[in-house]
Structures are given as C-alpha cells and as structure tokens.
Design a protein around this ligand. Structure first.
Ligand code: AMP
Length: 113
C-alpha cells in the first residue's frame, strides 16, 4: 500500500469516511463533495492506481465494483444512476486509486462537461 494514497488510508480506517458497504474485496463510501443527491465511490481494497493499471488478475474485482455499486444504489433509493471512472488528470482524476463514482437522484446531462 502506498503510504500517500488517500483511499488506502480510508480502507485502513486511518481517515474517516461514511461507509455504505464493505467486504474483503471492496469498500463503498460517500463522496465528501457530492455532485448529485446520491454520490458515492466504490473502490477495490487492492491498490490499483487507475483504470489503465487494471491487470488481468483484477478483472473480477473491477466487475464486482459494478455489482456492488448497483446494490448500494438500490439501498440508497435510486434505480437510475451514472457510473464514472476518471482516468488521468485531464479526465478529472484527482485520487490515484481506481474508483467508481455512482451518481444519481437528479437528471444528468450528456455529453459531460
Ligand atoms: P476523481 O476526481 O475521479 O479522482 O474522484 C475523487 C473523488 O474523491 C472526488 O469526487 C472527491 O470529492 C472524493 N474525495 C476526496 N477526498 C475524499 C474523502 N476524504 N472522503 C470521500 N471522498 C473523497
């Protein structure tokens, strides 16, 4: 685990977060700066820097992010939502531990800004 990774620190419990789901592979927690009425992140516990760093051995856990994200969305009372993975600074990635945003509870625009 890189010592400077914010999400590794949240996973380790060193930084508090509002956890919505946790198991041995993944953690879902509320985004600290929500961009929609429901906005949470789902992350693998394994440190992977971003989408381009996903290895073949990670495919299962990356798929699990989607299954758990959908389950937590339902718990949060939303049936329709947007899933976002940012890859690289130009795309808006600010935390370099791969994470899936789940946003819902309002109408969304397309294309994104
Ligand atoms: P990204 O810009 O795709 O890298 O997304 C990083 C997300 O992490 C942003 O939406 C931030 O609001 C969120 N974030 C940053 N720090 C925290 C934190 N301590 N707890 C929860 N979410 C955070």
């Amino acid at each position: 685990m890189p010592t400077d990774c914010l999400f590794c620190k949240i996973i380790a419990g060193d930084i508090p977060a509002e956890k919505l789901y946790e198991d041995e592979d993944v953690l879902a927690f509320r985004d600290i700066a929500p961009q929609a009425p429901v906005h949470f992140l789902v992350v693998p516990k394994k440190h992977i820097s971003g989408p381009t760093d996903v290895a073949e051995e990670d495919e299962k856990v990356i798929g699990k992010l989607m299954r758990i994200g959908s389950k937590v969305a339902q718990q949060e009372g939303i049936e329709q939502f947007r899933i976002v993975f940012n890859n690289g600074e130009q795309a808006g990635q600010t935390v370099f531990h791969v994470h899936m945003h789940v946003l819902g509870g309002r109408s969304m625009q397309w294309p994104p800004g």
